[in-house]
Design a protein around this ligand. Structure first.
Ligand code: 4AD
Ligand code: MG
Length: 479
């Protein structure tokens, strides 16, 4: 008998067809004589209703079917009597592939909190919420490759183990095969010359520096890989292991870099709107229910789908850091006070409350901030004529804050070396990066898009731990 997936069946199957379905049981209800079993196999959000009666299926088999069990069911498609579905499957035989004991299976058919589901991340794929998120996540992964491929970009795999810290922030995880109870030392210091790579190495925080090397030969490249940061920030926007998309384009200036980031983000949002409407509608409703529990002033002014369309169809605002500071200085986030931090004035890094104020309250649109003070940005960003700011840009999104960070790169050797000296970045470690400024240097730009923040935005999920299957955060590496 022909085996079919539930999506295929619900979309195309006709009454009278005989098929086999293999899936997991979401719920079972009914009487002693007839059971109604809701089945899901992950191909769609929708469940298939399986009707099993004692005439065809033995009672001992029906008894072994509980929420969470996996079954193979053969039967005939019939027009559905109930509302909500068009067809159902009338079982002719059922084989239980794997039981799930009702006293021990943690995922019962009721609403579980997201916090609880994180503790059973090995099973949460089986919920509507997480299957919807993961289908959208897949669409975005596919959309990223499709976007770049169709525009002539080449994907490059940059190393995961590196000896450089691209962002210079010193928050990398060390990579070693030393016996940690007996680390070789020389003159009191760890002797990395005896380590596996003969030098100190870490998990990459960014593939940018290597992507730049590729762009200086291939023109347009992008990376899409895992990145690791040991920052101890337990927030709803930070992971210790996350995925980043980093395009790098030869001859592009900051303007073109901003154009690319805006176009990429809009295309990806559109791809989700075009291909994942069923899942979006589910998440939209879920979010609307959640919003009802919030105070009126904290409620989001737009629903999820409305928000995605708004972002896909409207131009992002572009203002300089200096203009942003001016706006913030003259703003009152609430009736009582201005932003405390602005006492520090020009030169300070923006906190997420400031970024979100600009996006959510002031402009009510995504905002691209550019030309940041050089002291709060990485060494590789191109210095402006004013000698105070660099050609940096951050894209800020509603509910998320920073989703993209990038810049035009400093292609002038002298200026780059000067910045590295000022910031204490060891030049010998990245001699190859400097070489590129000696041999055929050229203007170029790029950015990093935080993939999970994008998934967060497109699914409306409040916590980044819920948009990656197995989140890595401080004190948590389960599964
Ligand atoms: O702004 P970041 O640190 O920029 C870079 O790494 C550059 N090398 C990118 C480049 O120019 N090629 O990180 C880029 C993006 C951020 O805007 C944010 O979306 C995401 O990566 N990100 C994180 N996402 C989740 N968890 C974290 N801990 C993140 N840190 C950064
Ligand atoms: Mg950044």
């Amino acid at each position: 008998m022909k085996r079919t997936e539930i999506k295929q069946l619900l979309d195309f199957a006709k009454a009278g067809e005989k098929v086999e379905v293999r899936a997991w049981v979401r719920t079972k209800r009914g009487s002693k004589n007839v059971s109604f079993i809701a089945l899901n196999d992950g191909s769609t959000l929708r469940n298939l209703q399986l009707v099993a009666d004692l005439e065809k299926v033995e009672e001992s088999v029906l008894q072994r079917i509980n929420t969470g069990a996996c079954i193979a069911a053969q039967g005939e498609i019939v027009e559905s009597q109930g509302s909500g579905q068009t067809v159902e499957l009338q079982a002719t035989s059922i084989e239980v592939l794997g039981e799930a004991h009702p006293d021990h299976y943690p995922l019962q058919p009721k609403k579980h909190s997201l916090e609880f589901l994180r503790e059973i991340a090995h099973l949460r794929f089986r919920t509507n919420t997480f299957s919807a998120i993961n289908r959208i996540r897949h669409q975005l992964i596919f959309g990223v490759h499709e976007y770049f491929h169709s525009r002539g970009f080449l994907n490059v795999h940059t190393p995961i183990i590196t000896a450089s810290d691209a962002e210079g922030a010193g928050e990398a995880f060390k990579v070693t095969n030393f016996d940690l109870n007996n680390v070789p030392k020389a003159e009191g210091e760890v002797d990395f010359s005896q380590d596996f790579f003969g030098k100190e190495t870490n998990l990459t925080v960014s593939g940018q520096l290597e992507a730049e090397l590729a762009a200086m030969a291939m023109g347009k490249v992008y990376t899409f890989g895992p990145t690791f940061r040991a920052e101890n920030s337990n927030t709803s926007r930070h992971l210790a292991e996350f995925w980043m998309i980093e395009p790098e384009v030869a001859f592009a200036d900051l303007e073109e870099n901003m154009d690319l980031s805006e176009d990429l983000l809009k295309s990806l949002v559109r791809a989700v709107l075009d291909n994942c409407m069923e899942d979006l509608e589910f998440l939209d409703k879920r979010l609307a229910d959640e919003e009802k529990n919030k105070k009126a002033e904290e409620r989001s002014p737009m629903g999820l789908i409305e928000k995605l369309k708004f972002v896909a169809d409207n131009e992002f605002v572009r203002i300089s850091y200096t203009e942003a500071i001016e706006i913030l200085r003259n703003s009152k986030p609430n009736k009582k006070k201005k932003f405390d931090y602005l006492i520090e004035g020009w030169g300070a890094d923006l906190q997420s409350e400031h970024e979100r104020y600009l996006v959510e309250k002031h402009f009510k649109k995504p905002v691209i901030l550019y030309d940041y003070p050089k002291d709060i940005k990485a060494f590789y960003m191109r210095l402006n004529e004013d000698d105070k700011t660099v050609r940096a840009m951050d894209v800020l999104f509603p509910g998320i804050g920073e989703i993209v960070g990038g810049s035009q790169r400093e292609e002038r050797l002298e200026k780059l070396e000067k910045r590295m000296d000022e910031m204490g970045v060891p030049k010998e470690e990245v001699w190859w990066y400097l070489d590129l400024r000696k041999f055929g240097t050229a203007p170029h730009s790029g950015f990093g898009l935080g993939f999970e923040r994008l998934v967060q935005f497109t699914t409306g999920m409040g916590n980044i731990r819920d948009v990656i299957p197995f989140p890595r955060t401080p004190k948590n590496a389960e599964f």
